[in-house]
Design a binder for this molecule. Structure first.
Ligand code: ASP
Length: 439
């Protein structure tokens, strides 16, 4: 077994957390490649080291004295080193980092040091080789990951390395300077490493026991999803449910390597398996429910709209010209509705209305705001009757008025539009009927 294990910031925020991580790694011979994040929060209003680094560099870039900010960062690492009783000094590294800060090494360089330093500690703690991703993960001139070059170089470098620590979150720009992924990007490093070593599994260790059926801020203690496909995950993630960086999926999806989301604080929990495809039936017909508030709808009416070829294209072109992407476009015989993000639409609404008048001469245009979209997602709904009926019965019982319904041809999801104020009630009632009624 060859496993790549990535640990998030909260799993590495203190010596105590490092110890848990050490036990997890040592308990399984297969856990050979370790990708650490920077130390995260130790308690809820603590500051992540990555944010401390951005802040410190901000001062350095402004020519201010950043000595005290840097000392605070150093203290975070020293606390871990001392707590683990390691014979390790990061003095040289900190001297070099301070020097580079003075020489304006850039925001990305600054932020990447969080993972770099944590990787040094992790390698020392485990007795694993330290490999700096700046030599093996590459971005092209557009700032996009050069996946092919990265995979070739990283695979070659790791070929004969039995065990290694590879810090997450960064690589090298085309000009050799350090470049980071977007926030949360250590997940991406983990997946790149998993691809390069052709891992059997990519374990992503965090502080929750997997992907939850729905948002715990809306439903108390929701069930954990035991297995989810990449496609289902994408639907839910698009609607705001996140445990994993979106770009972490692509490299693995190509290779068919499963991802296992695990909880460092509850290592016996099996977590969530994210897979390409599975015969494993979801426990509750639906896999997950996610949603977002803050949509607006533009309702366009015109007599005989259905006979006008090109009507839809002209309408959508107006949105395109205004730089707006649309979410859903339900239509009737003489009506067409376009759902957009309210905040993006707000500044442009009058331009859009004028544009629509010019483009399609509608009889009327009516705007509605403060709408929410809810996605009910599940491979179990495919070729299975009754799911929609149960969803809408549940909503009716909870007195939720449904404004829009959209089901994709994949039968993987049903999207429901409701008013913002009904959002939580709607999610709770769908959860209740599919999950609570069955456990
Ligand atoms: N440390 C980085 C962040 O806070 C990257 C990561 O943790 O994945 O975003």
């Amino acid at each position: 077994m060859k496993k790549v294990v990535k640990f998030g910031g909260s799993s590495l925020a203190s010596a105590e957390q490092f110890r848990k991580v050490g036990e997890i790694i040592r308990s399984d011979e297969g856990r050979r490649y370790v990708v650490p994040s920077a130390p995260g929060k130790r308690y809820s209003d603590d500051i992540k080291v990555t944010d401390m680094l951005y802040d410190c560099y901000h001062a350095a870039a402004a020519g201010e004295d950043f000595g005290r900010k840097m000392s605070r960062i150093k203290a975070r690492y020293q606390e871990i080193i001392d707590g683990l009783g390691l014979q390790l000094s990061l003095d040289e590294e900190f001297a070099e980092i301070s020097e580079n800060f003075k020489n304006q090494a850039g925001n990305d360089y600054a932020a990447s040091r969080g993972e770099f330093l944590n990787g040094k500690i992790m390698a020392n703690f485990l007795g694993y080789e330290f490999i700096d991703p700046a030599g093996y993960i590459f971005f092209d001139e557009e700032g996009v990951l050069d996946a092919e070059k990265t995979n070739t170089c990283l695979a070659e470098r790791l070929k004969d390395v039995e065990r290694a620590v590879i810090p997450g979150f960064y690589g090298a720009n085309y000009d050799g300077t350090v470049k980071t992924f977007s926030r949360g990007g250590s997940d991406v490093t983990g997946s790149i490493v998993a691809k390069a070593v052709r891992a059997d599994i990519y374990e992503n260790w965090t502080d929750v026991s997997g992907f939850l059926v729905t948002d715990p801020r809306i439903v108390d203690n929701p069930e954990v999803i035991s297995t989810i496909t990449y496609k289902e995950l994408r639907e839910l993630a698009y609607m705001g449910a996140t445990v994993l960086h979106e770009d972490a999926i692509f490299p693995l999806r190509q290779e068919g390597i499963p991802i296992n989301i695990r909880n460092t604080n509850r290592p016996l929990d099996k977590g969530t398996m994210i897979v390409e495809s599975t015969c494993n039936k979801p426990k509750f017909t639906i896999t997950g429910i996610a949603g977002k508030k803050g949509f607006a709808s533009i309702n366009i009416e015109k007599d005989m709209m259905n006979t006008e070829i090109g009507f839809g294209r002209k309408v959508l072109q107006v949105f395109e010209e205004n730089g707006l992407s649309f979410e859903h476009v339900p239509s009737g015989i003489d009506t067409m509705t376009v759902y957009v993000h309210q905040d993006e639409f707000a500044d442009k609404e009058q331009n859009v209305i004028a544009g629509l008048h010019r483009a399609v001469q509608p009889d009327s245009i009516d705007l509605e705001s403060d709408l929410a979209l809810i996605a009910v997602v599940g491979r179990g709904m495919r070729r299975n009757r009754g799911t929609a009926a149960r969803i809408f019965a549940a909503l009716a019982h909870s007195h939720v008025n449904v404004k829009m319904i959209d089901q994709g041809s994949s039968e993987l999801n049903i999207i429901i539009g409701v008013e913002n104020r009904d959002f939580e009630t709607a999610i709770r009632s769908i959860y209740d009927i599919f999950v609570l009624a069955q456990v």
